[in-house]
Design a protein around this ligand. Structure first.
Ligand SMILES: Cc1ncc(COP(=O)(O)O)c(C=O)c1O
Length: 475
């Protein structure tokens, strides 16, 4: 399936403020996709409503010419990176209509990644959530876990590696938390003959040891980061430091819809294939759209990849599930959209876990891929305008979604119900990140009318998490 781009161009820019002109102009301006705002309103949306009264219907680009989603996003970076970001944006825009690039990308996604990924009807999981009267939702899994390297991350890594080649950059850096983005990046670097350096928190290296080995086997250098909590935030900071120093020779394959513009837009577009396929497959399978989409949210790339295609279909509910760690009131969680305040991290304005002085609060999640104090700016925007809903799930509930039995005495009842679900009911061991989305079904399903079609993004497979899970298991 062709990967279509929907990013703004200078010609079509309708920013509420003055237009931004990238230093390198695009040869191939592309059509802007517009988004009508009419959902529940926050302050930025209220501003738009006011404009609408004055000027007629307001359409909003996502992002606008400044790389902003409402007040979120932007480019809060040192001067040294501004040129590289403009260069990247221009390259991305010019590739949007580049037939050769599209052909190459489509071919690799098909023959190397294994797309399209199936939309699988989870019959026994559906049965599990039936109410005593036989009614309940129908649950489908979008099987990104079946992609080469075992997660959605490769969609973006492949496309950015091709972009780097076009930019003539042979040195690739990336950050990783769960190691899935690191493995995806190491894989594409091996495939295209690029030098690869992966920054990873020392704690994450321990809990995702299997992926560290995979990256090294693929020829990447894995650099341990010991600062802070030695997790994803710290790895990202270190990768940005490297990029500032080596920007001439290096492309930074950022692994989520986070960071400075154009990354949130670009990474979203490279993952939008997930939602596009889902629409097509839903049409083939039941002749309609899904009613509810559910995905876990760390930085937010798998969720945005699934949601993007449906943002304008207001009859499709979009649900993101964050990591509540030890609980929302424990102070040890990664539920940025539920508990954060607006701030700036890693080059973008978004919701952020921070204290009263604006210092970043160290997050916690059992899942390395969700253990991040920030979130992609578009999610903050979708939350504020009320288009997407965000909830959270604890470590314990998420583990319940993944494997066997385990010994956490405080809520044995809960885990007895929740644990083993996907593994035992469907023969699919999900990643701990994905397990957060799956665990939310416990809360969601009893509230849904009979026959509601729910698509859960099965963002990755759980092989990498067995080491972590074993610590909690009693088998
Ligand atoms: C399998 C899987 N799912 C989800 C995530 C979370 O990232 P994102 O929110 O960008 O999809 C990760 C991150 O490493 C992951 O490995």
């Amino acid at each position: 399936m062709a990967v279509a781009f929907t990013n703004p161009s200078i010609e079509t820019c309708t920013s509420l403020t003055k237009p931004f002109r990238p230093s390198l102009s695009s040869k191939n301006p592309i059509t802007l996709k517009r988004f009508s705002v009419s959902s529940s309103l926050s302050s930025s949306a209220l501003q738009m409503e006011e404009q609408q009264r004055e000027n007629g219907p307001v359409v909003l680009q996502r992002p606008d010419c400044f790389g902003r989603f409402g007040k979120f996003g932007g480019k809060y970076v040192p001067e040294t990176l501004m040129y590289a970001l403009s260069e990247l944006e221009s390259a991305f825009q010019s590739l949007a209509n580049d037939v050769e690039f599209q052909k190459e990308l489509d071919g690799i996604l098909k023959d190397y990644v294994g797309r399209e990924s199936p939309l699988y009807f989870a019959e026994r999981l559906t049965e599990h959530y039936k109410r005593p009267n036989g009614e309940g939702p129908l649950i489908y899994l979008k099987r990104e876990d079946l992609n080469h390297t075992g997660a959605h991350k490769i969609n973006n890594a492949i496309a950015q590696a091709l972009l780097a080649k076009r930019l003539g950059k042979k040195r690739i850096i990336a950050e990783t938390g769960a190691g899935q983005h690191g493995v995806a990046t190491a894989t594409v670097c091996a495939r295209f003959g690029l030098d690869c350096i992966i920054y990873m928190g020392a704690q994450d290296m321990e809990r995702q040891a299997l992926n560290v080995f995979r990256m090294r086997l693929l020829g990447a250098e894995v650099r341990a980061v010991h600062s802070g909590t030695a997790t994803l935030k710290d790895a990202t900071s270190e990768a940005i430091r490297d990029w500032v120093t080596n920007v001439e020779s290096t492309h930074y394959i950022l692994g989520s819809v986070a960071g400075p513009h154009p990354y949130p837009m670009m990474v979203r577009e490279f993952h939008a294939v997930i939602g596009k396929e889902t629409r097509k497959q839903a049409l083939e399978k039941w002749g309609g759209k899904p009613d509810v989409l559910v995905a876990c949210v760390g930085g937010g790339s798998n969720a945005m990849g699934l949601f993007h295609e449906f943002v304008e279909n207001k009859d499709v509910r979009l649900i993101g599930v964050e990591a509540a760690g030890f609980g929302l009131d424990s102070g040890k969680h990664a539920a940025t959209l539920s508990k954060g305040e607006v701030g700036v991290l890693h080059g973008a304005m978004s919701y952020l876990l921070q204290d009263e002085d604006g210092q970043v609060i160290e997050p916690h999640s059992i899942s390395a891929g969700l253990d991040y104090p920030g979130v992609g700016p578009e999610h903050s925007f979708l939350k504020d305008i009320g288009r997407a809903e965000y909830y959270s799930v604890t470590d314990e509930e998420a583990l319940g979604g993944i494997l066997f039995t385990f010994n956490l005495s405080s809520s044995v009842q809960l885990t007895q119900i929740a644990f083993k679900r996907l593994s035992r009911l469907e023969g699919i061991i999900p990643a701990l990140e994905t397990s957060h989305a799956l665990a939310y079904l416990e809360t969601l399903c009893p509230t849904l009318p009979d026959g509601t079609r729910v698509v859960v993004n099965c963002s990755g497979r759980g092989d990498k998490d067995v080491q972590t899970a074993i610590k909690y298991l009693q088998v």
